[in-house]
Design a binder for this molecule. Structure first.
Ligand code: HEM
Length: 401
């Protein structure tokens, strides 16, 4: 048993679940590296924290993603990093954009785009599907919702990475990486500033135009509130869904019988996606900050303690999920915890599920089989998200050998 766990060590990056199990068993609330936040690993403690935004503030996000050297980060000012009542005021505004009617309107566009992305994948030869599949589909969806020029879609993920993991994983001596993050904030602000101005002058039916029209207690959103929304949707919508799409394929590579099952029965896809999200949660952790002294998991924490709420660990807690380390798509669902809990419950949960389903359907339509590529899967992780960095596979055409 270790005295202090490093969540970014190579072995935890490759597979965090044995470490999480050890933490749940021996030190369910403990300080971790890098940064010294207090990790909360048991399901029951995780739920307690997420249910009580008064005692466990989301300002922890701002602290983690806006260090003094960065000079400001719109993501850190988003509603994800807010507490009631400010949080509720902004959340009400954007909820409609993710409602059932909006999803029904979006579905045919996502289906067509997923089919196009899959049609352009080479068959019968090794291909790293991260960029042309796992990243391309979510970047299109969020780009389309925000009304971003498709030429910019490839840059969206880079910005999303740099203003989150690109900030939280920088060590003090890494000046070059700090500059990259500062440049990304400036580029993102420039691009969305221009886009907002265009929509102000010629409003359309996209989400930005809707946000510009929106009024909270009679007042329009301020420029920095609008920018924070753009950054939040970018990070919330891309970083996470990319990993969900990629991990779906990792599971199918590990268990080829599931590929056959899903090809024969498309109605099983939603249950498969739910279990993928529980088995490999794309969002592994959510930061919080204690607002008063509190006892948690047998540890007394003073006010102002930064916490890292380990959703990845809670989703593998045997006390909640029998045989938690086993992939079992017939588990009772839905699995909501991968999307958080309480007032910050993911606004994009239905959208993400739809993307997961349609992307996989497109692949199952075109391919008879999926095979490992010549290189192993490499994993990346930051304190918050985890997923494959590269995913080499060989796709075999339907109707082929
Ligand atoms: C598999 C994909 C996704 C996962 C696993 C995921 C996970 C999460 C989690 C865990 C939270 C809560 C964080 C906390 O409590 O601190 C959250 C919040 C949020 N997510 Fe997602 N998300 C996904 C996809 C999306 C998509 C596609 C969008 C939008 C396009 C989105 C938008 C948001 C927003 C706006 C919030 C903030 C809600 C609030 O603060 O009230 N997410 N997400």
């Amino acid at each position: 048993m270790k005295t202090r766990y490093d969540l970014l060590s190579p072995e935890v990056k490759a597979n965090p679940y044995p470490t999480y199990a050890e933490m749940r068993h021996h030190s369910p609330v403990c300080q971790v590296d890098p940064g010294g936040m207090w990790a909360v690993s048991r399901y029951a403690d995780v739920m307690r924290v997420l249910k009580d935004p008064g005692l466990f503030s989301s300002r922890g996000f701002g602290v983690a993603t806006n260090p003094p050297w960065l000079g400001g980060n719109p993501f850190s000012e988003s509603m994800l990093a807010m507490d009631p009542p400010e949080h509720g005021r902004l959340r009400t505004l954007i909820t409609r954009a993710f409602g059932r009617a909006a999803m029904e309107r979006l579905e045919p566009r996502v289906r067509a785009f997923a089919a196009r992305a899959v049609a352009e994948l080479p068959l019968g030869a090794p291909v790293d599907v991260m960029a042309p599949y796992a990243l391309r589909i979510p970047a299109f969806v969020i780009g389309d919702m925000l009304g971003v020029d498709p030429a910019l879609h490839v840059r969206l993920k880079r910005w999303a990475d740099l203003i989150t993991g690109g900030v939280t994983t920088v060590r003090p001596e890494e000046e070059e990486r700090k500059q990259l993050a500062r440049d990304a904030v400036a580029e993102l602000k420039g691009a969305f500033g221009e886009l907002l101005e265009k929509r102000r002058q010629a409003p359309g039916e996209d989400l930005l135009s809707e946000l510009l029209r929106a009024r909270v207690e009679g007042e329009a959103l301020t420029p920095s509130e609008l920018m924070a929304f753009c950054a939040l949707l970018l990070v919330g919508g891309i970083e996470t869904a990319v990993n969900m799409l990629a991990v779906s394929l990792v599971v199918l590579l590990e268990q080829p019988a599931l590929w056959t099952r899903l090809r024969e029965d498309r109605s099983a896809i939603p249950a498969f996606i739910e279990e993928v999200l529980r088995y490999e949660p794309p969002v592994q952790a959510a930061p919080r900050l204690t607002t008063a002294e509190v006892e948690l998991g047998g540890v007394r924490l003073p006010a102002g303690t930064p916490l890292l709420v380990l959703l990845g660990s809670a989703c593998h807690d045997e006390a909640q999920f029998p045989q938690a380390d086993r992939f079992d798509m017939d588990r009772p669902g839905p699995q909501n915890l991968p999307f958080g809990h309480g007032i910050h419950f993911c606004l994009g949960a239905q959208l993400a599920r739809m993307e997961g389903r349609l992307a996989l359907e497109a692949l199952l339509d075109r391919c008879a089989r999926l095979e490992r590529g010549p290189e192993p899967v490499r994993w990346h992780r930051t304190l918050v998200v985890r997923g494959p960095a590269s995913l080499p596979v060989v796709l075999h055409p339907a109707g082929g050998p």
